[in-house]
Design a protein around this ligand. Sequence first.
Ligand code: BGP
Length: 476
Amino acid sequence: MAFKENFLWGGAVAAHQIEGGWNKGGKGPSVADVMTAGAHGVPREITDGIVEGKYYPNHEGINFYENYKEDIALFAEMGFKCFRTSIAWSRIFPKGDELEPNEDGLKFYDDLFDELLKHGIEPVVTLSHFEMPYHLAKEYGGWRNRDVIGFFVHYAATVMERYKDKVKYWMTFNEINNQKNTSNPIFLWTCSGVKCEEGENPEEVMYQAVHHELVASALAVKAARNISPDLQVGCMVAMVPIYPYSCNPDDMMLQVESMHDRWLFADVHCRGHYGAYALKEWERKGYNIKMEPGDAEILAEGTVDYIGFSYYMSDAVKTGVNEIDPTNIAGSSASVKNPHVKASDWGWQIDPVGLRYSLNMLYERYELPLFIVENGFGAIDVKNEDGTCDDDYRIDYLGAHIKEMKKAVEFDGVDLMGYTPWGCIDLVSFTTGEMKKRYGFIYVDRDNEGNGTLERSKKKSFDWYKQVIATNGEEV
Ligand code: BGP
C-alpha cells in the first residue's frame, strides 16, 4: 500500500469563501468582506468599505456558518479523515487590536471542531487564509505595519490555547508566496491588507509586509511549542513549478531565477533565514527592508514542522518572450504556454506530473513531511434534472494527480501526510468571486448573483472520492 495507514484524506475550504454570516455572532468585517463579485475575465473590485447596493459574495458564502452540521455529515459520508478550514480572525478579534477575544466567535469554532471530531474528522486549521480584520488594514495599513505582528501572535496564541485539545495541525499564512503577485491588487490587499500609495514601489512594500508576516509566523510556531508539544505548525505555499521552455541554457537559468520567488518564502519558513539570492536582489534594487535586532533569531527558532502546499498547475519560462528586466526575480513575467499540457477554462495549465515533480523538489530541498492542502479543478458544472452532476473531468483531473502522488511516495520515498482537494463543497472562488467556478464533490445551488436555494447535492465525484478514501488510494 502506497499511502500510510493514517493518511489524512479530506477536503479544504477557507472561512471567508464558505461561512457567510459575515457580521453574525459579533464578527467584524474582514478585508475579504469588502470585495465585490467579479465575473468571468473581469477582476473583483476591492472597495474601501461596504458600499450600499453592491453585492459581496463573501457576505453569504454558502452559509456554512449555519449549515455546517449537514455539510460535515456529507464529508463524513465520503469518509474524510480530516477537514482543512481557516479561522476568520475577525470572528475572534472583530477589529484585530483588542485584548479580549469575542466569546461568540470562539464558541462557533468550538462547536465546529466538536462536530468534526464527533465524526472522527481531524480539523486542519489555517490561521490566516487571505483575510485579516478590515480595521487592521484600514487603520494600520495591514502587514506593512510592524504592530500587526503583535496582534496576529496574540490571535494565534488565543486560538491555539483554546483549541489545543481539538486541533493538532495548524498552518500560519495561506499561500504566503502569492503576495509576490504585486500586479494584482486583490492579492496584495486581501492577503496582507496593504494598499500602495502613489510613488511607492509595490514590490518593496510587499517584501516589507512579507518580512513582518514571516516574523509573525515564526512567533506563532514558538507560541505553539509553549502551548503544547502536540501541536504541529506548518507553512502554506502555492507551488507552481516552473519549467524551462527548452534545454537552451538561458531558459534553464531563467527557470532557476524564476523559482527564487517560489523558494524565498519556504526557505525562511523551513530553513529559518532568507536565501542569498533574496538579499542580493534587495541590494541590487536598493530596497530597504527594515528588520529589527532579534528578527534573525526569531526566524531561525520558529521553523515549521511540516510543509503544506497547494498545487493546481505548472508554468514554463522562455528567454526573449517579454522585455525581461534582468534584475528582476522573473516571477511569471516570462511565462509561456507549455505545448505539452492542456489548460482549464481559466487558463490554469493541467499537469499531474508537475505534482510529482513538486513533491520531489520540496522534499529534496527541505526533508520535511509534506501535506498537499489544495489541489483541484475549477469548472462550470451542469446539474442534471435529477440533481446529479456528471463531473467526469474532475474525476480525471484528481485521479491523475493522485496517481502521481502515489509514485512520489512509492518510488521517490517522499514523506506525504495527506491530501485535501480544494473546495470539497462548492464555494466562492477567490480570484473571480464567482460561484460558477466550482471545485466541489458537493454541488451548492447558488449562482453568480447570489440567487439559489443553497441546497446541497452529490456530484458523480462524490462516490468516486469515497471509494478512493475507502481503499486508501488503491482504487483511483
Ligand atoms: C488558492 C487559494 C484558495 C482558492 C484556490 C482556487 O490560491 O488558496 O483560496 O480560491 O486557489 O482559486 P480560485 O478560487 O480563484 O479558483
